[in-house]
Structures are given as structure tokens and as C-alpha cells.
Design a protein. Structure first.
Lengths: 345, 277, 451
């Protein structure tokens, strides 16, 4: 009887044998990167709204350049092309978002070379780069072409005497120069200014201006579980707390916390750069340490540093100690005592 | 300005230099000079075949702990003689031993029974479903031995079979210990007749699993004298301490698993070996 | 009320697609004896049993055919009456091989004569009860197959005060234990009482995940009369809460120390199937000759919970479930998280075969050695709080010592890390590799010390 039934049923194709587990969550690197790209779309829309053609030009050229450079590098090293994981696309968009709108295309491409060829592929490609490639690209450009990298467009700023003025500096840059020269802040803040900053009607890199759009992207990534709240939460919280203290101590010279949160590259950095998986800690505790560290460094640079903005440097500095944070925050293994207790007993 | 700079840098150099000189003078670790000299006599490939961490470690063990001097296989007769002269002892050297993978079942001869998906390592593959090769004794070809070899003497052929290049082999024996299926043996370099099969299965099972397996027919044992080939169950084993005419035995094997490696296979180009490793 | 919610929760863990609906409602059905039974001598953890019969012998069901092959070993009995056709080495479902006895059934299925039931077991001593368990050849039926009589005899000085009955069945797809609890709750409860008597422990906790309300109700009903300290602990459904250490933590809040045994925290965990086997062995006097196996998966035409004789081939089991509809790309002995992939249906059931799972081609995801992107998902999923990503990179670099330093030996191979890994890295295989490497090194060192 058994024999007959065998003949009727199709022969099972037992061709794949592996170790357990034989089930998978379905997550993939490609899907994670795609989610990041989707999360960046609102910010791209805001960039195009405020900066027009320049935003599109920079984003497209950076994406194309990054993917091409990645493919070239992989080919030169005799490896798989590896562009299917979309990580080069993410790097391209993020780098573009960190550039001022008027930057020439060729300079952006130079940034892409730094980001992909030097910061990523020289270290072995995805997974092996110690520093965020897009930030390396931005910082390399900032140091190589300081003038072009700080050439902003014009925006309308509220003035304390009631006459609006045009400025060609970023809000943070303006604040810094004014505090340095005149010893006071250049403007006062009301709800309208805050709304302006939140929506993105300000000067800055193309992707960092609209806190709202970045926030929407962050919420999407949280929902998709691409990121957890730990890094951005601790980063933003630290900046808020730090600036709050400074503001209470001396409101004449220090910007209020809501301005610090909404201006500059903080939102972009906290939501998209500090959460880069490869270069940030793997443990929850580590992510919190990382976020707090980024927050403190950002505020120190903004308040006392030579640059008006410190997000890029803060994240890169914290990237460098990520392995140490991982080691220090390794969870206590189940069934083991904490190290110091072991020693005590 | 230039003067100050020069003076400052020169001063720093001077201070550091003297500090180093003082450290070398007072903090030096005194080592038995014989250890260093014996290390120089050893071949210096640091293969670890002797069971010590490297040539220096072995030299130290010989000089300080009186370990025997015959453990260095890569050095061969010459090194042994030099070591014996240096240590003032006598030692006899045997013939150079080389590793050989006793399996001839490449992908043309021995089929795989399933698609293995996992780490490309023989030990790991062997543990999953007993290995993907139909023959449960044959070479899996996931290059564990090639990775273990300190000198790149093992090539994984395009047909997924590990092959030792005897002219490159330094007889350290690392591959022998690495192979999870125990297919690699150390044999005298001058021997050219080998049973290229390690399957202890019965003939019919071997035939299903491989075209060049030993089917246990015993024909070869009758071709040689003095038990130079004996049977271990259903597998013919060459006794390497007894002579065989390789040219006469090999053609007689119906399973085509006794091969004559004289002349040895052409040496591979350097690049190819590196690519495989 | 004889139920309490679990007070503790292990961090980590995952929520895979359980797919238990395929067989959860299907009553256990007994499969007729197939045309050949291949009974392995290694159905448990430890030394294989020694064959006690010869080719050509006639055997009866329940007759001893394999005697203890060492201290940690389990007896094997003939699953039906018939003739011994062959005694030869055969591949096991776990990828190894062991001596197996081929029995051709004679169709009579007659039991051996010297069966002595003990309905009066309550008057027996603990030692006598353990010897009955040992004689019946019972091994842990949850999956590991540790000899039950050894587990029930703790070394002097160790006190076991809490018995946990593992009814979590956290592996996706499997429903064998679930059905046993629903259908044979009374007998399981009597089995529990026997173990309680053997250990002399007062507290009994039956741990069941909250996705099996009918099993919870059934067990609670039979325990209602008990005057002692017993209760059903309702665990929140999460893999791997059926793992011994995790279950003890969830039920009692106690952490078994690394490298230790449950008895180090005064607990003992028995699977429900094992408990039932103990009942059968003591009260009815029957040795272990059959077990319930869940034959399941979307390609199976009539999936179900099958009571089959030990030694039934997987091909016969599948045929009894009316074969396949469509293609199956992977066959797993056990559950999808910790089961063993098969390359043929030649292997036969053992005391630990909890399931036979067939997966469609689209359900099979292959591992690749893509680089780790440090997303940390494995770290969050690991129920042992290890850092699988870091470990696997060390092992890939063949730095086993570093992995040992980071406690790779604590890995329970549950597969949560590999389940979550977006880079599809073969993390469990890396861990297995390192563990095997470390154990081999330790054996070598021991041998060196001896010589």
C-alpha cells in the first residue's frame, strides 16, 4: 500500500541541506537600505521645494556617482559588484543632503569618491567601514573646499526691531558670528520663527533644513524597526538638556533649546547618520551611550568650537569609539555573574 | 625660528635616544644564546608542525627542556644534521615525508547527494547531514586543509578535490590533523603507488557513490609480494615500509583507484594557488 | 485556580510564524505498523545501546533488543513483533550514523509476556520507580534525548524542590505535545505524580504557552483535585521559552548558572511526552515503543499528529499523510528552529522525533556569508545575552580562543540570531563550529594531561 501511494505523490525535491534554523524573519540588508531610502524621500521633497533644481541635481549626481564608484571599486578588487544591497544609494543621498545647494557637481563627485572609495571600500566594503562614509565625504569636502561648502543662499530672518532682513548665512552661523563680534544673539524667537525652522525655510545643507520631513522619515524607520529610539532619542535629549542649561545660565549669549534642536544638521544627523548600523554600537545600552556622546560633542562644538555646527564631527568622533562602547556595554551573559561580582566573590 | 625648532626636535631625539639606550642596557632580558643560534638553524617557516608555536619556541624547548631534535619535519635531513652537530647529539634522519590526499573522487567521479548551504569549511560541512558528497568517506573539497597549509601546497582543483603538491609540501602534518575525514596521510616522497580511496564501504555502495573507489576486490594484494598491500575490511591499504612496483600494480586495479604518481603532477602556477587559498 | 501567569520574562527571543494551525486541531491518529522498522541503537544522548539480538531472531513487541551501553545510555525495545532482518550501521536523522536493527513485522503485533503493570505504584519506593523508568528505555522526548532515569537520580547532596513540566512547545509548527496535553491530560498528571514521588519534591509547575488555551484548560482540570503546590504557569508565547534554562527563568525567576544544570537551582524539567512515557512504563508496565510525531508543513497533503512506532521511516510517515502536494525544497526532522535538515526520507523515527516538517521552495532561505552590518538584531534576540555578530566574525577569522572568552559555549543554538540576521549569515553554524572546536581542544588537553 505504501508503495502505491509513493508512486502517486510527486517526488520531493530534497536539495537544500543546512544547519538550523530553517526559518527566517525575512529581513534583508537590501530591504533595510530600501526603507532608509524611502524614509529619506520626505526630506528630498522638502529639499526640492526649497532649493529647486539644485537639490535634485546634487542628489542624483551623488547617487549615480556613489553607485558607479562602488561598482568600479568592487570590480577592481575582483569581488561581486555588491551594489544590489542599495547601501551606495543611501550613502549618495545622505552625502547630497549634507551639501550646500550651490555646490558644483564635480565637487559633489569628489565627495562621493572620498565617501565610497576611501571611507568604505578601502576598509573592505559594507560592514567593515569604521566611519560613516557620507560624513567622511562631507568633512573631506568641508576641509578641501571651505568656501564652496559654506556658500549658502538667501533667506529671510526675523529681526528684533521688526524689520525682516535677508541673510546669506545659516541660522547657527549667524548666531555664532554675532555672539563672537557683538556679544549678543542676532535675533529673537517667536512661534513664527520656530515654524519656519521646523518646515525648513532656512539656510543650510539641502537635506537638513526641514526638521519635520526628517522627523516623518524617522517615524517611518521606527515603525519598520530599521532603527530603535535609543540613539536619536538620547542624542536629541542630550542636546536639549545641554542647551537648556546653557540658556538658563545666560540667555543673552546662548540659543534656546528648541532652536538648537531645529536648526542645523542635528535632525538629519540624529535620525539618519548616528543610526547608521555599521558604524554605531549594537547593544541598546551602547546606542544610548553613543547618542549621549554625540549630543555632548555637538553642543561643545556649537558653543565653544570654531565651526558653527558640530554634528558631523561629533558623529565621526563617536564612530571611532564604537568598538569600545560595544565591548563596554556587552550584556551580562545568562547564567553569569557580573565581572566585578565574580572578582569580589 | 628655524634654530629653535631644530634645537627642540634635536633635543627630543637626543633624550629619547638616550632613554632607549639606557633601557636596552638595564632592562634587557638575558636569553640563552644557544636558543637564538638554534632558531637560526631551523628553517623559519613557523609551521607549527612540531607542536610548538613556532621555530623559536621549538628551539627554546630543545635547548632548555631537552626535547628531542627530530620533530622538525620541514627541515629535512640537512637541518637535522645541523641540529645534531649543534646540540652534540646523534640523530638518524628518515626519508622526507609528504602529505597525500587519499581520495580521487572529484566532482566528475563522485556525485553530491544534496545542495549544502552553509559555511565553506569541511568540518562544518561534514557535520551537516554527514557531508554532501554521496561517498561518506570522500574529500568534501571545502578547502579546510588548504587553509591550514602554511605554504600553500594544497590546491583545491576545479572539480572540488584537494590535491597536495609534493614538491611544495614541507611535511608539517597540519593538514593531516585538520581533515575531518582523515583522508590525508604522510608518505615517503619516493613512493608513487597509492590507493586513492579511503572508503571502508562494501563494493556495491562504493560503486554507487564513486567511479574511482576501492571496491575491495583484493586483486592488488595478489600483485605484490610480502603484504605490501593489505586489506582493512573492504579497503586496500598500501604499507609504505615495503616496496611496490608502481607501474605494475596501478593498471591492474579494476576500480582505477590505484594511481601511479610518477612523474608527479605539473607544479601549479603561484597565482592559482593563491587564488584558491 | 490552578493557574498563574509567568512572573518573569527572558529578554531576547523571537516571534516566528508559528503555523501551528495546520495540525493543532487534528487528533492523534495511530499509524499502522509499516512493512519495515529500522530501530536505531542511538535514539538518545550518550553511549549507543548494545545490540542484544542476532539476525534471524524472532522478537515480540516490547522485547529488549538493546541494552545500556554505558552509564549515560538508554535501553531499546522492539517496537512490534517480527523477525530481525539485518543489523547494520545506518545514517541517523541528525547527520551521524549508528547501528540499527531492521525488524520485519509479522503483522501479529504481539507483546512480550513478562509485562508487569503497577497500578499500585504509590506503594513503591522511589528507587524501584526509577528502575522501572530505566527498564522501559525512556529518554527525554523534547528533543535532546537525555536518559530520563539518569536525570531522575540527582547526585547526593543535590535537592530538587521544583518539578517543571515543559508543555511550552515553542517550536513553530509542532503540536505533538499540545495534542497529548489535550487528549491525555489525566495520564500526564499521573506521570507527574510519579515523578513527584521519585524526587520527593512538593512543587509542580506545568509551563504552557498562552497560544494553547485548550491544553491549559485540560491540564488545569486534571490538577484541580490536587492538594499540593501545583499550578499551570501560563507563559507569554515566545520562542525559545521551551529551552530548559529560559523556561526555568520564566517559571521561577531563577537563572541556571553557566555550565550548570537545572538542579543547581533546585529544579528539574521534564517534557510532557516523557512524563506520559513514564506513566505508561510504571502504571501499565509498557516499554517505550512509539511516540507522537507531528508530520506537517504546507506541502503535506494531510498533515497530522501521528502516533508511530519507533523506527518508522520518514518515507512511510509521509505516505501515511497522503504524500505531498507540490514541491518541497527542504525536509526537517524536528521543528524549523532547531531541527535537522534531511537529504532523503530514509532516516527513521526515534524517541526524540517530535516532528517531520516539509518546507516549500519559497520558504527556504539560503545562508550566505555576506558581511555583518552590525545592526544588532542578533544581540537583541539572543536569549542567552550573547553577542552573536561579534562571535561569528571571530569564528570566521578562526579565532576560537576569543570566541571562548566571550562565552560561545553558553550558546544554546536556538537559532534566534540567524532568524533575525538581515545578512543571512550562518550564525548557528559558526557557533556550532566554535563549540566543537573548543570541545576537541579540551579533549586533547585532557588526553595530554593523562599521558
Amino acid at each position: 500500500m505504501v508503495e502505491e501511494q509513493k508512486a502517486e505523490t510527486p517526488e520531493p525535491v530534497l536539495n537544500v541541506v543546512s544547519t538550523s534554523p530553517h526559518a527566517h524573519s525575512g529581513a534583508s540588508v537590501q530591504r533595510i537600505m530600501l526603507d532608509v531610502v524611502i524614509a529619506l524621500m520626505p526630506a528630498l521633497a522638502a529639499a526640492v521645494w526649497f532649493f529647486g533644481w539644485d537639490a535634485l541635481r546634487l542628489t542624483l549626481s551623488c547617487v549615480i556617482a556613489c553607485v558607479a564608484i562602488e561598482a568600479l571599486c568592487r570590480k577592481a578588487m575582483g569581488r561581486d559588484l555588491g551594489i544590489g544591497d542599495l547601501s551606495a544609494v543611501v550613502t549618495g543621498i545622505l552625502l547630497a543632503f549634507n551639501l550646500p545647494p550651490a555646490l558644483p557637481t564635480w565637487m559633489a563627485v569628489v565627495g562621493c569618491v572620498f565617501a565610497v572609495a576611501i571611507a568604505k571600500q578601502l576598509f573592505g566594503g559594507i560592514g567593515y567601514n569604521p566611519f560613516n562614509p557620507a560624513l567622511i565625504g562631507r568633512v573631506a569636502l568641508l576641509i578641501s573646499f571651505p568656501v564652496a561648502m559654506t556658500k549658502w543662499s538667501e533667506w529671510t530672518i526675523p529681526s528684533p526691531i521688526g524689520i525682516d532682513a535677508l541673510s546669506t548665512a545659516t541660522p547657527l552661523g549667524l548666531a555664532k558670528t554675532n555672539v563672537m563680534s557683538a556679544g549678543t544673539l542676532p535675533y529673537h524667537f517667536d512661534g513664527g520663527t520656530m515654524l519656519q525652522l521646523l518646515m525648513g525655510d532656512q539656510n543650510g545643507c539641502i537635506g537638513e533644513v526641514s526638521a519635520l520631513a526628517l522627523f516623518i522619515g524617522g517615524a517611518y524607520m521606527l515603525w519598520r524597526k530599521v532603527i530603535s529610539w535609543h540613539t536619536p532619542g538620547c542624542y536629541l535629549g542630550t542636546v536639549a538638556a545641554f542647551s537648556c542649561i546653557l540658556w538658563i545660565v545666560n540667555p543673552e549669549k546662548n540659543l534656546p533649546p528648541h532652536f538648537h534642536l531645529l536648526a542645523g544638521g542635528l535632525m538629519l544627523g540624529a535620525i539618519f547618520m548616528a543610526t547608521d548600523m555599521v558604524t554605531s554600537p549594537v547593544t541598546r545600552k551602547g546606542m544610548m551611550v553613543f547618542g549621549v556622546g554625540c549630543g555632548v560633542l555637538t553642543m561643545v562644538i556649537r558653543r565653544w568650537g570654531g565651526y558653527p555646527e558640530g554634528v558631523s564631527f561629533a558623529i565621526l568622533l563617536m564612530n571611532s569609539i564604537t568598538p569600545l562602547i560595544n565591548r563596554a556595554t556587552a550584556p551580562r551573559v545568562f547564567g553569569h555573574q557580573r565581572k566585578n561580582k565574580e572578582k569580589a566573590s | 625660528m628655524i634654530l629653535y625648532t631644530t634645537l627642540a626636535i634635536g633635543g627630543i631625539g637626543l633624550i629619547c635616544g638616550s632613554a632607549l639606550a639606557l633601557a636596552a642596557r638595564f632592562l634587557a632580558v638575558h636569553e640563552d644564546p644557544r636558543v637564538e643560534e638554534l632558531t637560526a638553524i631551523l628553517p623559519g617557516v613557523n609551521c607549527g608542525g612540531c607542536g610548538y608555536a613556532g621555530c623559536g619556541d621549538y628551539a627554546k624547548a630543545v635547548v632548555l627542556d631537552g626535547i628531542e631534535i627530530t620533530l622538525c619535519a620541514p627541515g629535512g635531513a640537512e637541518t637535522l644534521a645541523n641540529m645534531a652537530a649543534f646540540m652534540g647529539v646523534e640523530a638518524e634522519s628518515g626519508e622526507k615525508q609528504v602529505a597525500i590526499v587519499l581520495c580521487g573522487g572529484d566532482s566528475d567521479q563522485a556525485p553530491r547527494q544534496f545542495q549544502y548551504n552553509g559555511v565553506a569549511d569541511c568540518t562544518a560541512a561534514h557535520a551537516v547531514g554527514g557531508g554532501d558528497k554521496k561517498c561518506r568517506y570522500g574529500c568534501l573539497g571545502y578547502s579546510s586543509c588548504a587553509r591550514a597549509c602554511p605554504v600553500g601546497a594544497i590546491e583545491i582543483t576545479e572539480k572540488n578535490l584537494a590535491v597536495v603538491h609534493p614538491e611544495l609540501c614541507i611535511s608539517c602534518g597540519k593538514c593531516v590533523r585538520t581533515c575531518p575525514r582523515h583522508l590525508i596521510k604522510m608518505v615517503p616522497e619516493s613512493r608513487h603507488a597509492h590507493v586513492m580511496c579511503s572508503s571502508k564501504d562494501k563494493g556495491p555502495i562504493v560503486k554507487k557513490a564513486c567511479k574511482v573507489g576501492c571496491i575491495g576486490c583484493r586483486i592488488c594484494t595478489k600483485q605484490v609480494e610480502d603484504d605490501a598491500i593489505t586489506m582493512d575490511g573492504f579497503l586496500a591499504i598500501v604499507n609504505y615500509d615495503k616496496p611496490i612496483e608502481s607501474a605494475t600494480v596501478a593498471p591492474k586495479c579494476p576500480g582505477k583507484c590505484i594511481v601511479d604518481t610518477d612523474p608527479p603532477p605539473a607544479p601549479v602556477e603561484e597565482e592559482k594557488v593563491e587564488a584558491e587559498v | 485556580m490552578k493557574r498563574e501567569p509567568a512572573k518573569f520574562k527572558v529578554n531576547g527571543g523571537i516571534h516566528p510564524a508559528y503555523n501551528k494551525q495546520l495540525t493543532a486541531e487534528k487528533a492523534i491518529i495511530e499509524m499502522p505498523v509499516p512493512s519495515l522498522l529500522r530501530v536505531s541503537m542511538l535514539q538518545h544522548l550518550g553511549a549507543p545501546a548494545k545490540v542484544e539480538v542476532a539476525k534471524g531472531d524472532t522478537v515480540s513487541r516490547g522485547q529488549l533488543i538493546g541494552e545500556h551501553g554505558g552509564f549515560i545510555s538508554v535501553r531499546v525495545h522492539a517496537p512490534t513483533s517480527g523477525t530481525v532482518k539485518a543489523i547494520a550501521e545506518a545514517p541517523t536523522a541528525t547527520g551521524g550514523s549508528a547501528i540499527a536493527v531492521d525488524i520485519e513485522p509479522d503483522g501479529e503485533d504481539r507483546w512480550v509476556e513478562d509485562i508487569t503493570p503497577h497500578p499500585d505504584w504509590e506503594s513503591l519506593e522511589g528507587k524501584k520507580l526509577i528502575s522501572l523508568v530505566s527498564d522501559a528505555g525512556i529518554a527525554g522526548m523534547g528533543g535532546a534525548g537525555f536518559p530520563t532515569h539518569v536525570k531522575l537520580s540527582p547526585p547526593p547532596g543535590k535537592v530538587i524542590d521544583t518539578l517543571i513540566i515543559n508543555g511550552a512547545e515553542c517550536e513553530p509548527y509542532l503540536t505533538a505535545d499540545h495534542r497529548l496535553m489535550v487528549e491525555r491530560a489525566e495520564d500526564i498528571w499521573n506521570g507527574i505524580r510519579i515523578i513527584r514521588k521519585i524526587l520527593g519534591c512538593a512543587t509542580v509547575r506545568v509551563a504552557i504557552e498562552d497560544n494553547k488555551p485548550d491544553a491549559i484548560a485540560a491540564m488545569e482540570a486534571v490538577m484541580a483535585e490536587d492538594t499540593g503546590d501545583s499550578a499551570v504557569v501560563i507563559l507569554k508565547t515566545e520562542y525559545p521559552q521551551g529551552a530548559e534554562k529560559q523556561q526555568i527563568f520564566a517559571a521561577l525567576g531563577k537563572e541556571v548558572p553557566s555550565g550548570g544544570l537545572p538542579m543547581d537551582v533546585g529544579a528539574l524539567v521534564e517534557n510532557v511526552g516523557t512524563t506520559l512515557a513514564i506513566f505508561e512504563a510504571v502504571v501499565k508496565g509498557l516499554p517505550l515503543t512509539e511516540r507522537v510525531t507531528t508530520v506537517t508543513g504546507f506541502p503535506v497533503k494531510a498533515p497530522g499528529n501521528i502516533l508511530a512506532r519507533l523506527g518508522t521511516s520518514y518515507a512511510d510517515l509521509l505516505a501515511f499523510c497522503e504524500g505531498l502536494q507540490g514541491k518541497a525544497a527542504k525536509v526537517v526532522s524536528g521543528g524549523p528552529m532547531m531541527g535537522f535538515a534531511q537529504h532523503s526520507l530514509d532516516a527513521t523515527t526515534t524517541k526524540t522525533t517530535s516532528g517531520l516538517l516539509f518546507l516549500r521552495p519559497d520558504q527556504v532561505r539560503t545562508f550566505s556569508s555576506m558581511p555583518c552590518i552590525s545592526c544588532g538584531r542578533c544581540v537583541q534576540a539572543c536569549p542567552m545575552y550573547l553577542m552573536p555578530a561579534e562571535l561569528s566574525q571571530m569564528i570566521e577569522a578562526e579565532d576560537i580562543e576569543a570566541a571562548e572568552e566571550l562565552n560561545v559555549l553558553d550558546c544554546i543554538e536556538c537559532g534566534c540570531c540567524a532568524f533575525e540576521c538581515p545578512a543571512h549569515r550562518p550564525l548557528v553554524q559558526h557557533m556550532k563550529q566554535a563549540k566543537a572546536g573548543i570541545m576537541a581542544k579540551r579533549r586533547e588537553e585532557k588526553a595530554k594531561q593523562k599521558s
